[in-house]
Design a protein around this ligand. Structure first.
Ligand code: SF4
Ligand code: SF4
Length: 401
């Protein structure tokens, strides 16, 4: 079964997560001391409103819902993609997941830095799956809905690649579609809660555009979940290689897809990822890994990275310097009282406390209020640094989403 809910504001998210935790209560362990691992999609340092990473509103409501039910051993865990991992960028810090977790007193874990258990997949792939994932008694996957230039779609099944350790994720690319299927066959989440509030379309997962999808989904079946996700964005599921592998394995049949088409309405067609350039494909060829390693010091120079981005060889350009934003300030004279900032605040601060001085202890400095303000009524103190690029690319889109 896959449930689809409409939601967009923080209050709608809270009501929806409550409804999901009630509806799926049979999936929650009796033992309130059970190890609960929430695995959001935090593969990159692109903040959630770009459509790339898990929305803190979903995470906050989920953590709070579980704490309210008495669960006390909660961990938010993910391992970022190989490029982020190699540069030792702390996505948990950049995305403010660490600050949110601290507010609730729950743990965060970088799955790239944990011991792992080797799992044999396909085409010789044998990545290490992080031990805390294997040992969790309740595993909750929190994927996004994104286009993916190699996998076509990133949702529940693709999110599961993140349970593999650091550079070991490269193993998946020996046959990505098959190995996404295989990792889902090897380790199964108990519950999937899709953050479909803002998705990413076009050149995803690292360089697409955000779009308002306004949905949260819940299920315990990653393949059916992703079939429904395809339907919501009018993407033919047969174009998603890992779903084709799942169908061949008998995880679902054409009748399931027909039933979903009958029962689930399309929200809007997604703009698909453009074909990868020949140079991008070459750069990922396993046989040319030696060349890639040899030219890496050169490619990582900012000017060369920028050129590679413009030539569509790479999607991501990283800045190693974290932002230093420490304060927000709201200018009441500029403020149009639209309350968008309230709707996006993951800790439900009222307008009077958004950008107030002194800062509310409940503010996790996610900057969502600043991102969505259409009047530029909120200003920041500190340096944007790594955020500079995202702001230039996405701020005007996020203001109107
Ligand atoms: S989003 Fe901006 S304009 Fe709207 S209420 Fe908040 S501060 Fe004011
Ligand atoms: S006030 Fe703004 S920065 Fe602080 S938690 Fe709310 S949305 Fe995030």
């Amino acid at each position: 079964m896959v449930e689809v809910y409409s939601a967009f504001t923080n209050r709608e998210v809270k009501d929806t997560i409550e409804a999901i935790l009630t509806s799926w209560a049979h999936k929650l362990p009796e033992d309130r001391a059970a190890r609960v691992l929430i695995k959001p999609n935090l593969n990159n340092d692109l903040m959630a409103l770009t459509g790339n990473s898990a929305d803190l509103r979903v995470l906050a409501c989920l953590i709070e819902g579980l704490l309210n039910r008495g669960y006390r051993d909660l961990t938010v865990a993910d391992g970022s993609n190989v490029g982020v991992d190699r540069r030792d960028i702390n996505t948990m810090r950049r995305l403010r997941v660490s600050a949110l977790a601290e507010r609730y007193g729950v743990k965060v874990l970088d799955l790239n830095r944990q011991p792992g258990v080797p799992i044999a997949l396909h085409a010789g792939a044998r990545p290490l799956v992080a031990t805390p994932v294997i040992e969790a008694e309740l595993l909750i996957s929190v994927p996004k809905v994104k286009t993916h230039c190699e996998a076509t779609l990133s949702c529940a099944m693709k999110n599961w690649v993140g349970i593999c350790q650091g550079q070991q994720k490269r193993h998946m690319h020996m046959d990505l579609g098959h190995n996404i299927f295989a990792i889902n066959e090897a380790v199964v989440p108990h519950l999937i809660i899709v953050d479909g509030l803002i998705g990413m379309e076009g050149n995803g997962p690292g360089d697409g555009e955000p779009f308002r999808l306004g949905r949260i989904m819940a299920s315990d079946d990653a393949a059916l979940n992703d079939l429904v996700a395809c339907r919501l964005v009018d993407l033919p599921w047969r174009d998603v290689p890992y779903l084709v592998h799942a169908e061949r394995a008998g995880w679902f049949g054409p009748e399931d897809a027909d039933e979903i088409a009958e029962k689930v309405a399309v929200v809007r067609p997604i703009k698909r990822a453009p074909p990868r350039s020949k140079l991008a494909e070459l750069s990922e060829a396993p046989s040319l890994m030696w060349l890639k390693l040899a030219v890496r010091p050169l490619v990582e120079k900012p000017a060369v990275s920028e050129a590679a981005y413009r030539l569509r060889i790479i999607q991501d350009v990283y800045d190693r310097v974290d932002d230093t934003i420490t304060e927000l300030s709201r200018d009441a004279a500029r403020c149009g009282d639209c309350r968008r900032c309230e709707d996006f605040c993951p800790t439900f601060l009222p307008l009077a406390q958004i950008g107030a001085s002194p800062r509310s202890p409940d503010c996790v400095m996610c900057l969502y209020c600043w991102w969505v303000c259409p009047k530029e009524a909120i200003s920041l103190t500190g340096q944007l640094n790594h955020l500079m690029r995202q702001v230039g690319r996405y701020k005007s889109i996020v203001e109107t989403i």
